[in-house]
Design a protein around this ligand. Sequence first.
Ligand code: FAD
Length: 505
Amino acid sequence: MPATDPIHDLLIVGGGINGTGIARDAAGRGLSVLLCEQGDLGGATSSASSKMIHGGLRYLEYFEFRLVAEALAEREVLLRIAPHLTRPLRFIMPHVPSLRPAWMIRLGLLLYDSLGRMGGLGRRVTLPGSAAVELDRPPLAESLQARYRKGFVYSDVAVDDARLTLANASAARLLGAVISPRCRFLGAARTQGLWHATLEDAGGRKIVLARALVNAAGPWVAEVTDTLPAGAGTPRAKVQLVKGSHIVVPRLYPGEHAFILQNDDRRVVFLLPFAERFTLIGTTDIRVDQPEDARISTDEVAYLCRAASRYVRTPVEAGNIVWSYSGVRPLFDDGRSDPSAVSRDYTFVLDRTADLPALSIFGGKITTHRRLAEAALARLRPWFPQMGPAWTDSRPLPGGDFGTLSELVDGLRQHHPALPPSWLRALALRHGSESDKVIGDAQSVAALGRDFGGESYHLYQREVEYFIEHEWAQSAEDILWRRSKAGLSMTPAQQAEFASWLERS
Ligand SMILES: Cc1cc2nc3c(=O)[nH]c(=O)nc-3n(C[C@H](O)[C@H](O)[C@H](O)COP(=O)(O)OP(=O)(O)OC[C@H]3O[C@@H](n4cnc5c(N)ncnc54)[C@H](O)[C@@H]3O)c2cc1C
């Protein structure tokens, strides 16, 4: 196995939000980056989140003020740099006096608003603050059972987590990073002043050389650490794997707001408007032994249905579920036994043996990935004193350089009057200002190629080809459930037909 590659500054293991975020940041600072991902980019936890950019109101109960302040400030940054993949969302919390007293919620929201303002100091804060609301008046009157009459409202942000990960990968590639999905890291050794890492992809095994290693393997972080030579005195940090599952059902209520529902176990469950016609319900907190345990159980389904049914007008039943997914949080083991209480903040473990660094990442949120990347690079600066300063808070992600979404959609509809208006809007939400690259020279529906079907949203061959050529897509799953959510609009027969077309082509 000859070492054929050039020497990379960073070898990043893991193409979730943290690995791709670090790749983007590092490449923009002039470092040469190779990222390897054993499956699809964003294929693990980073496409299985609750899809919120949030400060985490409930973390205030655990006094996680640093995390909350940093996360709140990121809401405005991500709205600015990825306006197509994020949108402001108002969250309604119905008041249930027996669960938390009103003064406690008011105090929490006051703190949330204040930390948000402090974190955004010197920047424009666009998200409105919190307030009390009447739930028995329009526009909320039709949403919940009549017994919930008072509540509170506050702001956070919704995000397309899978596409945010892809956007980071695309940005990194534009800046010169090499992004290698379906390429597994098998291990590495420190040899002659460099990391010699063994990677394996469809073409077989190869050795690559790097000056520093970043272990951003998420739930597999400890497994990757175990393949590395033990560093002198390096703590083998432990990861706690906490599974969370979601269900998707046909829309439960009118309006574009979300609900944060207090459950009788003191946890909260979210209802979010999802993919136009659906409601996303999540999540759970269940300790698991291995990353491969990310599968929803019947108990979780029952728990989520029960939590939502306590509040909404029509009971939610397992038979209503159109889609579900599960992910595993790779949390730093802080010794707490309650999985809901384990910190969601990130932690680094830096092994500096022989002056060849290996940085392992534990925890983190979709929300804080950009700050995590900055902090990771600050830890690596001693080895790369020439690297540029932090830059990622002001440059849009690919597709993010446009005015408002309605201007973008209007422009697309004017330029492409023969293309379905609803499809153009969906395209703008996925590709932003790059939508025209997807459309290319197509001036009619026929020119978009084969129509794979769908109810409100149609998947056309033209976009599928774009996903394959520009976004590393390979399988039907990559396309129907991560690059798009077209699977939600297609019948099982249409999905199967699409998968077999993809295999044939
Ligand atoms: C149920 C749930 C809800 C959540 N909700 C939110 C939310 O609303 N907002 C929020 O901000 N955060 C949320 N989070 C947290 C957030 O999703 C995670 O913190 C984040 O996605 C972790 O990203 P990551 O890059 O560390 O891990 P991952 O996305 O899992 O990426 C790690 C990658 O490493 C790859 N890998 C592993 N081993 C190897 C190897 N040997 N070689 C090559 N590649 C390898 C894996 O295939 C994987 O793709 C939620 C998490 C869960 C589970």
